[in-house]
Ligand binder design. Structure first.
Ligand code: SAH
Ligand code: DHB
Ligand code: MG
Length: 222
């Protein structure tokens, strides 16, 4: 077995022990596949981790940037109280349509607003709306905009809010200062901004598993 296969096997083993069978989430992934969405959703173990963080935080208001088919959205929304709210931002009208159907399937539509458009534009609209601060913000969209999303996360959060950013390791490419990859450059700029940012205390969690080698940032607004 290659190391990648072992990571995948261990993920499957742990999920079998720790995550209840979930026909709805299986249907969601199938619907995504049928609609030809890229299979870049968080993994089940990562989804559950997001869910646990939202629960730990007692999050009532969650902001997600990058919906895709709503797989991570569902994990997060399931941690919300009855009067909670999740706003998720998606560029693609097609992805958003698939996500809305999936959210309905999962019975969380009433908790979630999917807003279509470029994330940066929608964030400005949310601010103009005078939206209440979010308890948890999950950044998982176009990586070159990560430094901008970090600024907005600070703008739309409050003391104690959690800021989580996906895909910050990228099979280790994050340490390549010469990388020409726009995604890697975006992550590195995000990391530089975070390094300078006294208002956020953060750490990086490197992950291996069914999605290979990657990781996320978890930070708290001080
Ligand atoms: N959070 C999802 C995965 C998101 S994939 C999950 O884990 O299930 C990244 C998504 O960001 C894609 O659906 C892509 O269409 C969207 N995206 C890309 N550029 C964007 C932008 N400028 N604004 C908002 N969403 C964007
Ligand atoms: C990509 C994006 C993601 O959000 C992810 O979790 C994995 C891969 C990508 O754009 O390749
Ligand atoms: Mg991601």
């Amino acid at each position: 077995m290659s190391i990648y296969e072992i990571w995948n096997e261990v993920d499957l083993y742990m999920n079998d022990k720790l995550i209840q069978p979930d026909p709805i989430l299986d249907e969601v992934l199938k619907a995504n596949q049928e609609a030809e969405l890229p299979a870049i959703d968080v993994s089940p173990s990562q989804g559950k981790f997001l869910h646990l963080l939202a629960s730990l935080k007692g999050a009532k208001r969650i902001l997600e940037i990058g919906t895709l088919g709503g797989y991570s959205t569902i994990w997060l929304a399931r941690a919300l109280p009855k009067d909670g709210q999740l706003i998720t931002l998606e560029l693609s009208a097609h992805h958003a349509e698939v996500a809305r159907a999936n959210l309905k399937r999962a019975g969380v539509s009433h908790l979630v607003e999917v807003i279509v458009g470029p994330g940066l534009d929608t964030l400005a609209v949310l601010k103009d709306r005078g939206t209440d601060p979010f308890d948890l913000i999950f950044i998982d969209a176009d990586k070159p905009n990560n430094p901008n999303y970090l600024k907005w996360a600070l703008e739309l959060s409050k003391r104690g809010s959690l800021i989580i950013c996906d895909n910050v390791v990228r099979q280790g490419h994050v340490v390549n200062s010469e990388s020409e990859d726009e995604n890697v450059k975006g992550i590195r700029q995000f990391m530089n901004a975070l390094a300078q940012e006294k208002r956020i205390s953060a750490t990086a969690i490197q992950t291996v598993g069914s999605k290979g080698y990657d990781g996320f940032i978890v930070g708290i607004v001080e």
